[in-house]
Design a protein around this ligand. Structure first.
Ligand code: ZN
Length: 414
């Protein structure tokens, strides 16, 4: 295939992606706007008009912001690829006269630095303007800057050695490099699962053991009922950054920790906390977590194999604006453009994610009070200013969680 054909295919996919995104967004905006003056019948008793309107405005503002920065990102992507940006950066690095693998590290460091700077306006805007406007932002400028520095330091300490190993494998192991890289990344991820809760997460947040004895007893009863062994219940100081609430698990095997955002405990009563935790346990007990990990490994395996095939085709990198063939350039190019091609698989993954949510709700209704799960969902919707109005098609495409109305309906029907 000629490079020009690849360029045309790339632009075609890009255009299709933009059209699909814009069409879905248009539908969503219309649905939100036309429902602004009235709370949907299903929620008329539970959600006040003012809260409903705040949720609609928040959703609309988020959409507008996303649209603006998406256009910006699209231009950046075109500049990096067909515009010759990757090639240009590679030439600058070549002047340094480093060994191939060190040049690779320098290249990715440069790429990360430039992308980081270009991404800063969006992070700043959504944290300090958008989230601020709706009262969710609790991040101070100091926290923001220290978070950023810690993040950079961590990615350098953890990311660069991994990248160096991958580049070495690509360099030395000829045709089977992709298989060895796959194994390396999987082992690395397993290591991260073990060290993340105890070593990395505490760099960013404070985790204190749950001390409320009656809540602890309630939760331990639930864990015993579900035959779930955990290595401690913790409260995380999420309120340091955001007003949004959540609960989650980290770790594996005996190293599992249950973490509650302090923001969640502030909003929900003990029975509701129990119901939310029961839902999270449902994800675990119904093997969703293992399924997701399996799917992500399968995707990685296929992705690396496809990359190994494409690397041998000059038309692939030339068609995307890269003229020189080096391992690190192709790696960077592939990670940059693959999202354009995989965008159309989004509804498949969100479909399974929504299915899992129903299953986890169903599990929660077996081991805790489903009325409490419903009331906690309503409270979280209100507190997070999530809109109870959604365009069906938009929601089917993007949303990892089912529509509140459908979730509550399904719970009531159980
Ligand atoms: Zn869930």
């Amino acid at each position: 295939m000629e490079p020009i054909t690849i360029s045309r295919i790339f632009l075609g996919f890009l255009l299709a992606k933009v059209l699909v995104q814009s069409y879905l967004e248009l539908r969503q905006v219309k649905t939100l706007e036309s429902n602004r003056d009235k709370v949907p019948a299903d929620f008329a008793d539970t959600i006040a008009l003012a809260d409903h309107q705040k949720a609609i405005d928040y959703s609309l503002d988020k959409l507008k912001t996303a649209r603006f920065f998406r256009t910006f990102d699209l231009i950046i992507l075109l500049l990096w690829t067909l515009g010759g940006g990757l090639e240009l950066l590679h030439r600058q690095i070549a002047f340094l006269g480093l060994s191939t693998n060190l040049a690779g590290i320098a290249f990715f460091a440069g790429l990360a630095l430039i992308s980081g700077i270009l991404g800063l306006p969006e992070t700043l805007y959504s944290t300090f303007v958008l989230e601020e406007k709706y009262g969710f932002n609790k991040t101070t400028k100091k926290t923001f800057i220290t978070d950023m520095l810690k993040g950079i330091l961590l990615s350098a300490i953890i990311g660069f050695p991994l990248l160096y190993v991958v580049l070495m494998i690509m360099d030395k192991l000829n045709d089977l490099w992709w298989l060895y890289t796959f194994v390396t990344i999987v082992l690395f991820q397993l290591l991260m699962i073990f060290i993340y809760p105890t070593f990395i997460a505490p760099i960013f947040n404070k985790f204190s053991p749950l001390e409320d004895e009656s809540l602890k007893e309630r939760i331990n009863n639930l864990l015993a009922k579900c035959d779930f062994k955990s290595n401690g219940l913790f409260i995380m100081d999420a309120s340091k950054r955001t007003g949004h609430g959540n609960a989650y698990f980290t770790g594996f095997g005996k190293n599992k920790r249950i973490v509650f955002f302090d923001t969640l405990l502030k909003t929900l009563d003990p029975e509701e906390v129990e119901a939310i935790l029961a839902h999270e346990l449902g994800h675990y007990k119904r093997f969703h977590i293992y399924k997701m990990i399996f799917v992500s490994w399968l995707t990685l395996f296929l992705g690396l194999y496809i990359l190994a095939v494409l690397m041998k085709l000059p038309a692939f990198y030339m068609g995307h604006g890269v003229m020189t063939q080096t391992n690190y350039l192709t790696l960077a190019l592939f990670s940059m453009v693959s999202g354009v091609y995989t965008f159309f698989s989004t509804p498949i993954s969100t479909h399974f994610s929504r299915k899992h949510e129903y299953e986890a709700d169903q599990f929660a209704s077996l081991v805790s009070k489903k009325e409490k799960l419903i009331s906690s969902l309503l409270k979280l919707y209100k507190d997070n200013a999530s809109s109870t109005v959604q365009d069906q098609l938009y929601s089917n495409f993007y949303h990892s969680h089912p529509h509140a109305r459908d979730r509550i309906k399904a719970l009531r029907a159980l």
